[in-house]
Design a protein around this ligand. Structure first.
Ligand code: HEC
Length: 119
């Protein structure tokens, strides 16, 4: 009977509707944005949340374009002048953010940030 119980628990545990790797998981999380937050901002926020908030927790309150500008991190239309962007690919090797053991942002995600910030 004990074994049956264990099998049942394993079955339930494997029925999650997302891949329980932490990055995926948080993309399905409800995040409330203020009215007018563009789809591009929202997609970028989710990426930054997964990859950067672990160290840059103060950024979690930036849910409007203007807040990113006011923080001096984004200059819309000027990716090369936006530290949020250039720290990802410039400096060696290849980009200095995120630091430490955290993996480099994949190009597909980098592209999403550019879709938001502009060229
Ligand atoms: C392991 C911790 C860590 C992670 C993860 C991390 N950072 Fe940082 N970041 C730091 C530290 C520490 C500094 C301050 C020192 C410096 O500027 O190099 C910093 C500074 C920065 C700055 C300059 C800060 C400012 O206010 O102007 C930017 C921009 C930045 N990080 C971008 C990112 C982005 C984008 C990500 C996610 C892709 C990221 N970081 C993930 C640790 C981290």
């Amino acid at each position: 009977m004990k074994l049956l119980g264990l099998v049942f628990i394993l079955l339930i545990a494997s029925c999650q509707d997302y891949n329980s790797n932490s990055a995926d998981e948080s993309r399905y999380e409800e995040i409330s944005f203020p009215p007018g937050a563009s789809a591009e901002l929202q997609a970028s926020y989710r990426i930054i949340k997964d990859r950067c908030f672990v160290c840059h927790s103060e950024w979690s309150s930036y849910k409007t374009d203007q807040q990113w500008v006011d923080a001096g991190l984004v200059d819309f239309g000027q990716a090369s002048n936006s530290s949020l962007i250039y720290r990802l690919k410039n400096f060696s090797p290849p980009g200095d953010m995120p630091t430490g053991a955290y993996p480099t942002m994949p190009n597909s995600e980098y592209q999403k940030l550019l879709d938001w910030v502009g060229p």
